[in-house]
Design a protein around this ligand. Structure first.
Ligand SMILES: Nc1ncnc2c1ncn2[C@@H]1O[C@H](COP(=O)(O)OP(=O)(O)OP(=O)(O)O)[C@@H](O)[C@H]1O
Length: 240
């Protein structure tokens, strides 16, 4: 589904990604872990061109998104993204936030979008919050609306950039549970997280990044049970 070849990203002279090669198969859940500043978010943001790679290639279903002639807007709609924090429109209800893009971008009818919106709210456990405004929702509920909003565009891939790290600890579980359900349903996912329990339990594959490179990759059993690389070992021994 996703193939990344020799991806480099500079911010001015700072080389943040130093040659990333990886792939994500359909229905696979790939979890990216690593120390702060190792380039995990930048890598994820390059996948849907929120950041423009300095060099390298990214293919989504065989189509290069880095080639100049590709219409990235269409491809971007196929990748849902959930950020650490992404403010919903404050003067729109949860349902209106979810249906905005399907109606405006996908030209879906209002009734169809509402039907999808209600079913997505139910899916993320917020059936009764359709008419509630963001300031009435907890952080965990906001993130679940953000997931529903991304899903409303019927993405082929969901990208998660530390979706629980801005949440109070008691709300982390409800968001991870929604992500876990999505994974179980076969959604293709790339997840940047510091939640090692999630990585272990839900990840099909774990990528360990350090200093702009994928230093090691493997199954959760291998990465957490028997890390081969010295830096992976050092990182995990500090946080586990
Ligand atoms: N827009 C930007 N302009 C300049 N430097 C940036 C920009 N975005 C990120 N960086 C730098 O790139 C490096 C990698 O940042 P990135 O956010 O990708 O790391 P990370 O692994 O996701 O870290 P964390 O776990 O703390 O979120 C950092 O040194 C950061 O300061």
């Amino acid at each position: 589904m996703i193939v990344v070849n020799n991806l480099h990203k500079y911010f001015d002279k700072l080389e943040v990604l130093r040659g990333i090669d990886c792939h994500v198969a359909e229905q696979e859940v790939v979890v990216v872990i690593g120390p702060s500043g190792s380039g995990k978010s930048t890598f994820l943001r390059c996948l849907n061109l929120l950041e423009e790679p300095t060099s390298g290639e990214i293919f989504i279903e065989g189509i290069s998104i880095t080639a100049k002639e590709t219409n990235i807007n269409i491809l971007r709609q196929e990748m849902g993204m959930v950020f650490q924090r992404f403010n919903l429109f404050p003067h729109k209800t949860a349902l209106e936030n979810i249906t905005l893009a399907p109606v405006q971008v996908r030209r879906m009818s209002r009734s169809e979008a509402n039907e999808i919106g209600h079913s997505l709210l139910a899916k993320v456990g917020l059936r009764d919050k359709a008419d509630v405004y963001p300031d009435q929702l907890s952080g965990g509920q906001l993130q679940r609306v953000a997931i529903a909003r991304a899903l409303a565009m019927k993405p082929k891939v969901m990208l998660f950039d530390e979706p629980t790290s801005a949440l109070d600890p008691e709300m982390v579980g409800e968001v991870l549970a929604v992500m876990k359900n999505l994974a179980r349903e076969g959604m293709t996912m790339v997840v940047v997280t510091h939640e090692m329990g999630f990585a272990r339990e839900v990840g099909d594959r774990v990528l360990f990044m350090d200093e702009g490179k994928i230093v090691e990759e493997g199954t959760p059993e291998q990465i957490f049970g028997n890390p081969r690389n010295e830096r992976t070992r050092a990182f995990l021994s500090k946080i586990l």
